[in-house]
Design a protein. Structure first.
Length: 492
């Protein structure tokens, strides 16, 4: 097995050292591992090691993303413990060594054998939950003031699938458009420019990202994310919009007029025709026609003879035309962005109304409530006390599927421990950004990098593993040999 398959803080290590670090419950660890590398095996092994080190079951919280994965994790832990309770000493030694215990003592072997009975006697299992199940348990204990602050009903029905609410919102949304002329004008302008289907798809996408939209809007990021053409093109800053230029008596308009005269004097009929087109466009104030006279359909400057008298004027006018076309596109993008932002605010408000009418809250609401409760300096302490457990070990599987709000909640909570000078829970995250499959649920692989950096800042370790158990050893050996040879050649 190649040592290059395993790294610790960027340096190669062998497999035994890798698993010694990964499974040590005293360490904060972020593991980036490929498909088939045994990520869940590592996580459950770390739970096992935490129990061996004296952690109580309810002090361990393992988080994954589906009920099925959580159930499989619980079953794996149960099966291991049941098997170990009947296993001979030599097998238990091998199992401990595989999980990073270099030289298991007799006491450690016997403690492993007795874990099954110990957990049965404890009456409180290791908590292996989905993110939403854990956040939901926090919400059930939330003070009424928190619910009021978030605009959530005290007595609610949790929507695990918000498709019904999404389907119901459109009737309300269109009624809101009919009642507000400004919103209706925004919608009609978008439909005229992009069609009803594309406008609906854009609004559906915005509704799916409503949490991110609300946060960005709160900090005025939405309004500023597309620049007005006057900021992007300062030379046109005084215009109401780029099309106004042809109605102004300024140097730019004069340049176009001079270029029209130069083209009109050309001997070639095709050149003089473009001069005539440009002159009529200027007289009519038709910017599109002026641009068509100077540019191709692809927006490129038309080819004119190098012998054309006044060619420098024409080329300067073409450069101006290219810039004007870009400014017009920028202006249209800004207008569309502003319209869609206003329409999205209406849609989100109506969606909130639908949920309020039915007493519904959705998973986004649950995440927002958890983020508030775990980040607030007063509430976070209350949450810990209320749950009657201070979590000493936090483990997250498939971390690449964590969305920004979920990470904000965890980050604020863990930072609170560190900021108070207390003992930060042992944190173990494992995943592979290349395998992120929950983009539709707002998962963002960049969150994994932020979590890696956070754990490093807390004095933790970064591990990576390219080893996979999904291929035969012969295939792995061949690939490792080829990669090693390529690495050697690259050094010369």
């Amino acid at each position: 097995m190649s040592a290059l398959a395993y790294e610790h803080n960027g340096k190669p290590v062998d497999a035994s050292r890798f698993y010694e670090i990964a499974c040590d419950p005293r360490r904060g660890v972020a593991v980036e591992a490929c498909a088939g590398s045994g990520k869940t095996w590592m996580l459950v092994s770390r739970i096992l090691r935490a129990l061996l080190a004296g952690a109580q079951p309810h002090e361990i919280l393992a988080i994954t993303f589906t009920r099925k994965a959580a159930g499989e994790m619980r079953q794996r832990l149960h099966d291991w413990l049941a098997d170990f309770s009947q296993a001979p000493p030599d097998k238990l030694v091998r199992e401990l060594v595989a999980r990073g215990v270099a030289r298991p003592t007799h006491e450690e072997v016997e403690r492993l054998r007795g874990l099954h009975a110990q957990l049965l006697a404890a009456g409180r299992p290791v908590r292996i939950l989905t993110f939403h199940a854990w956040f939901g348990s926090l919400l059930r204990n939330a003070p009424l003031a928190v619910m009021d602050r978030l605009g959530l009903p005290a007595n609610y029905q949790l929507l695990e699938d918000d498709s019904e609410a999404v389907e119901l919102v459109w009737r309300r949304f269109y009624a809101a458009l009919a009642a507000h002329p400004g919103s209706r004008a925004d919608f009609e302008a978008s439909v005229a420019a992009h069609g009803r289907s594309q406008t609906r798809k854009a609004l559906e996408s915005a509704l799916a990202k409503r949490v991110e939209f609300a946060f960005a809007d709160q900090y005025e990021t939405i309004a500023a994310s597309v620049k007005p053409f006057g900021e992007q093109f300062p030379q046109f800053a005084g215009l109401g919009e780029p099309c106004d230029m042809l109605g102004r008596m300024d140097a730019s308009r004069q340049l176009l007029a001079d270029a029209a005269q130069a083209l009109g004097r050309a001997k070639a009929p095709t050149f003089s025709a473009k001069g005539s087109d440009l002159e009529m466009a200027i007289a009519a104030g038709d910017l599109d026609a002026a641009l068509a006279a100077l540019l191709t359909k692809d927006g490129e400057p038309r080819k004119f003879s190098d012998k054309l008298e006044g060619l420098a004027l024409v080329r300067s006018a073409q450069e101006l035309a290219v810039t004007l076309a870009e400014a017009c596109r920028q202006h249209e993008a800004w207008l569309h962005h502003q319209r869609m932002a206003r329409l999205t605010r209406v849609l989100i408000a109506e969606f909130t109304g639908v949920k309020r009418e039915h007493g519904w809250i959705d998973m986004n609401d649950v995440e927002q409530a958890a983020q508030l409760m775990l980040s607030d300096p007063v509430l976070s302490g209350w949450v810990q006390e209320r749950l009657d457990a201070r979590i000493r070990h936090l483990l997250v599987d498939e971390f690449q599927d964590t969305n920004p709000l979920q990470w904000q909640a965890l980050h604020a909570w863990l930072s609170g421990y560190a900021g108070a000078g207390g003992e930060v829970p042992g944190v173990f995250i494992v995943g592979d950004p290349k395998q992120s499959i929950y983009r539709f649920r707002r998962a963002e692989p960049q969150v994994f990098k932020a979590a890696q950096a956070f754990i490093a800042d807390l004095g933790g370790d970064r591990l990576s593993c390219d080893h996979t158990r999904r291929n035969s050893l012969a295939v792995i050996a061949t690939v490792n040999a080829v990669m090693a040879q390529a690495q050697e050649q690259a050094q010369y």
